[in-house]
Design a protein. Structure first.
Length: 253
């Protein structure tokens, strides 16, 4: 994959776009979590990344985030790198199954691949068991899109974090076409991402939509193992249900 030229990537990605956007295109699988109809379902808290990424988040607020995640049994606490060790220590002290997740290259995604890779490794050293990183969006919006650079960028981060899974944030609200959203998903999947994710929650434009989540799922379904995380504006249980019905398997909220 790594030695594909932009033209070779374009041929491959155009094939995927044609397949995904075909009028006959539909997922062959039932949404994995669509049967969650009540918040008491034991699968529901395990789909939640309990998240606090504001720049003014205080240590006390991070502690409260951890305590809420422990109380409700959420999958992870998602924080900036500054607080990973604090989160890990608090979760371990409570013998919680909740894990620490860390964002890298957040929220702009415009740093070098090497700096994001180092940031991911530092977070993992501090105990993070999942990494969320941001696609270098400017390379996707270039004319023409710089597919080989995007792939190499994401692959560098995924390999540096291995075996810790990486979620790639697309920032769907800033991607102007379905074709480019499919392209972003395919590149992330080919680079080894465990999840493709809708939004940072920091950019202008829309957050997660069911249309984008469904499109993203269909875009990565061919890989068999890549999942979708919906984040940005998902604030109610009904909104979560809608995202599950669209094939999301993780919610950032």
């Amino acid at each position: 994959m790594a030695d594909r030229t932009d033209d070779e990537w374009r041929i491959f990605i155009d094939q995927k776009i044609s397949q995904v956007l075909s009028p006959e295109s539909r997922s062959s699988n039932a949404p994995p979590l669509a049967s969650i109809t009540a918040s008491s379902d034991s699968r529901f808290p395990l789909a939640i990344d309990h998240t606090l990424l504001k720049q003014d988040a205080t240590p006390a607020q991070i502690d409260a985030l951890c305590d809420e995640a422990i109380e409700y049994g959420f999958k992870s606490c998602c924080v900036n790198g500054l607080y990973v060790r604090r989160v890990v220590d608090r979760l371990n002290a409570a013998h919680a199954q909740t894990i620490a997740c860390c964002v890298v290259g957040f929220p702009l995604g415009a740093g070098s691949a090497e700096s994001k890779a180092l940031e991911a490794q530092c977070a993992i050293k501090d105990g993070a068991l999942e990494i969320d990183t941001v696609l270098p969006l400017g390379l996707l919006l270039s004319t023409p899109p710089l597919y080989s650079q995007i792939y190499a960028h994401l692959r560098t981060i995924v390999q540096a974090a291995s075996p810790v899974p990486v979620k790639v944030i697309l920032e769907t609200g800033l991607i102007p076409s379905s074709e480019l959203k499919v392209a972003a998903c395919v590149l992330a999947a080919e680079a080894g991402a465990a999840f493709v994710k809708t939004s940072t929650g920091f950019a202008s434009g829309t957050g997660a939509t069911t249309e984008d989540v469904s499109l993203m799922y269909r875009s990565v379904e061919y890989r068999g193992t890549v999942k979708v995380k919906a984040s940005g504006g998902v604030r109610t249980f009904d909104a979560c249900k809608n995202m599950f019905a669209a094939s999301a398997e993780r919610i950032g909220t």
